[in-house]
Design a protein. Structure first.
Length: 285
């Protein structure tokens, strides 16, 4: 594993502390971890279900709707055709929604920290309107995920909404709000948590989880996600790593709060292909 990146750890902890929109466990939401997930392969549908109930026992939706970055984020989640190979159609309304979301997150302290850091590295445009164009291109510009000719994907869709391939494979879907909303509609079936080395089970106030679930007829054997964090926090984290990176797959080891994480960001040309946290361990072990 790569050595801890102290510079990024420092920045990400500043962002963590500045993330005033983050929801608090036990207060704004409650998770119900239940049992440990069994072994599974991608696309294997006969997995054991170690969780009869939803992962999210409750979430304070009033609070979600009252926070501009969450509200504008949620409005984007129904804008995508999740099947890869099916061309995306972006309507004028959706472009407006994308811009409203970017305006909302750019007003936060978290994104300001990211912008300042990237400016120091000469990786971002100083003018906010230009920086916003840069973010739009990285996250919302469509591309053909499998090298086809139909633009069927974008970074935002993959990371935050999730996609399916040939109805057999789940791609992306690393966002807790989308997970909660899909669960509420009974679209997602949480199968149990995936334990880390040296830790018998996660706690209900853990802010990063590895979980197993099925969605749209396929199983994701292990998916990791931040829990409770604001959309701007994840957006800022992944954007910074993406812009710093030169290789097609970047793995940065960082320590955020007590979580030691490997942040994985893959590029698709000038755009984000995927991005997610991998839980290495916690320092309390």
């Amino acid at each position: 594993r790569k050595a801890l990146n102290h510079e990024l750890s420092k920045l990400f902890n500043e962002m963590w502390d500045a993330d005033v929109n983050r929801l608090m466990p036990g207060k704004d939401y409650t998770i119900d971890l239940q049992g440990k997930a069994g072994a599974a392969q991608q696309g294997d549908n006969a997995v054991q279900d170690s969780a009869a109930r939803h992962l999210f026992h409750n979430v304070n939706e009033e609070r979600l709707k009252s926070i501009k970055t969450f509200a504008t984020f949620i409005s984007l989640l129904d804008n995508y055709e999740t099947s890869t190979g099916v061309a995306e159609v972006v309507t004028p309304e959706e472009i407006v929604e994308n811009n409203c979301f970017l305006d909302a997150i750019l007003a936060t302290e978290v994104m300001k920290l990211a912008h300042e850091y990237l400016l120091k590295k000469n990786l971002a445009k100083p003018n906010l309107a230009d920086f916003k164009h840069q973010l739009y291109d990285i996250w919302f510009q469509l591309y053909a995920r499998n090298g086809g000719d139909r633009p069927d994907s974008c970074g935002f869709e993959h990371v935050f909404v999730g996609e399916t391939r040939h109805g057999k494979q789940i791609l992306g879907l690393h966002n807790w709000v989308q997970f909660y909303l899909q669960e509420k509609r009974n679209q997602i079936d949480y199968k149990g948590y995936v334990a880390r080395k040296n830790k018998t089970r996660p706690d209900k106030d853990d802010k990063v989880l590895s979980i197993q679930f099925s969605w749209k007829g396929s199983v994701k054997p292990i998916g990791s996600t931040f829990i409770g964090v604001s959309p701007e926090f994840e957006f800022a984290l992944y954007t910074v790593i993406f812009l710093l990176a030169e290789e097609s797959v970047t793995r940065e080891t960082v320590k955020i709060e007590e979580y030691e994480l490997q942040m994985v960001v893959c590029r698709h040309g000038q755009h984000i292909g995927t991005a997610y946290p991998v839980l290495l361990n916690t320092s309390s072990e």
